[in-house]
Design a protein around this ligand. Sequence first.
Ligand SMILES: Cc1cc2nc3c(=O)[nH]c(=O)nc-3n(C[C@H](O)[C@H](O)[C@H](O)COP(=O)(O)OP(=O)(O)OC[C@H]3O[C@@H](n4cnc5c(N)ncnc54)[C@H](O)[C@@H]3O)c2cc1C
Ligand code: SF4
Ligand code: SF4
Length: 386
Amino acid sequence: MTDTAEATPTAKKERWAFQWKELHEEVISSGLCTGCAGCVISCPHDVIGYKHEPGAYKPFHLEEELGPDNCGHGEKGCTSCTRACPRFRSWETEADEHLFGRTRNADEMSGIYKDILLVRAKDDGVYEKGQDGGLVSAILIWCLENNIIDGALVSVLEGGSGWKAAPGVATNAAEVLAGAGSRYTYSANTIAYDEARERGLENLALVGMSCQTSIAPVMWHRKVGKVSKPIKLNIGLLCSKSFDDSMFEELFKVKYGIAAEDIVKMNIKGVFQIWTKDGGYHEINLKECHAWTREGCNHCPDFAAEHADISTGGIGNETDWTLTIVRTELGRAIMDAMISDGVVETRPGDDDPAAIALMHKLAAKSRSRWPQWANGEAAVGLPTKK
Ligand SMILES: Cc1cc2nc3c(=O)[nH]c(=O)nc-3n(C[C@H](O)[C@H](O)[C@H](O)COP(=O)(O)OP(=O)(O)OC[C@H]3O[C@@H](n4cnc5c(N)ncnc54)[C@H](O)[C@@H]3O)c2cc1C
Ligand code: SF4
Ligand code: SF4
């Protein structure tokens, strides 16, 4: 600057004064809320409740003085819930900046990543229990055994069996494997955070669908320090939707005569695949399942779990391998160490180009669900709607 030039006034950064009132109006009532429960675990006053129930999976305010859409603590300056919400305002670019030091380019539909691999667990027990290649379980077990984490927030089976997914904490290989495999109904694994902290666990991995994997990075970026600090590792599950639990009864049972208690495994590979105890195998057209799409998924723009350290899926031709998207330095360090310890087998992602192409296609498809009236960042790269 020359000494004659006028100093440009620096734009004053807007003070973050947004509380439950704004969260309720802009995210919950508007339909952007995925039910990820980031706001619930962030609340220092414990006034955000959560219904982990079929047809619900939404947060609500527990105090009634100011009605369901305002918060007395918020009126006094508390802003934790909006700081934790991965659908509030510029969530995508903030999480990108925090993790990668830049925002994604228009052609990065599946988010920013370093490597794509096909991976499977070498341990037969882990591989058998796993949904695809068993990588997620292998990572958790390896990180627990190597003291990188002391607990993982995962999905377990409510009551220990059946198909009702519930959030839970795993601290050893047996507990990890008890929750292995996919349920396609919702499980807000984040909710297990309080149990983990009460048990004195300090270094956690969070396993979750795309909507849950953006929680920790937005918290880190928006400085919800105390709550976000224990979440050390973020493992994402690729996801285009989850289904309401009523689909078991209303579609599988009523139309196809398949009782939930008879199902031994489910997967989605272009069709809904169901294996039953009697050795039966059933395929149900995904179009038939659409009516049971969980409400929180309707506007979700993130297929590829773009803010995880490692994102995992099972698309493409190599369905018994986990399609693995390594995004961060931490994710790469963990994968490298697991490979050199011999706990996983890997192949280049390029062995299955169809899987990578499909991931980008499904990522664009999910982004197209993001409403035009919402913050436009999640739609960057999509053709302009007429
Ligand atoms: C609702 C849902 C939708 C998905 N949609 C797709 C998709 O469209 N395309 C695709 O390629 N992949 C999808 N996946 C991911 C895929 O099913 C596998 O989870 C992923 O490939 C990892 O496989 P793995 O064998 O490595 O995992 P595993 O070793 O079997 O570990 C799976 C982990 O997922 C957790 N988990 C299981 N069910 C749930 C749940 N309902 N909510 C939260 N956590 C859960 C378990 O606790 C476990 O830790 C989806 C997963 C879920 C849960
Ligand atoms: S998207 Fe998650 S953090 Fe945001 S309001 Fe919904 S449950 Fe809370
Ligand atoms: S589509 Fe998947 S990632 Fe998105 S809100 Fe639904 S469960 Fe979450």
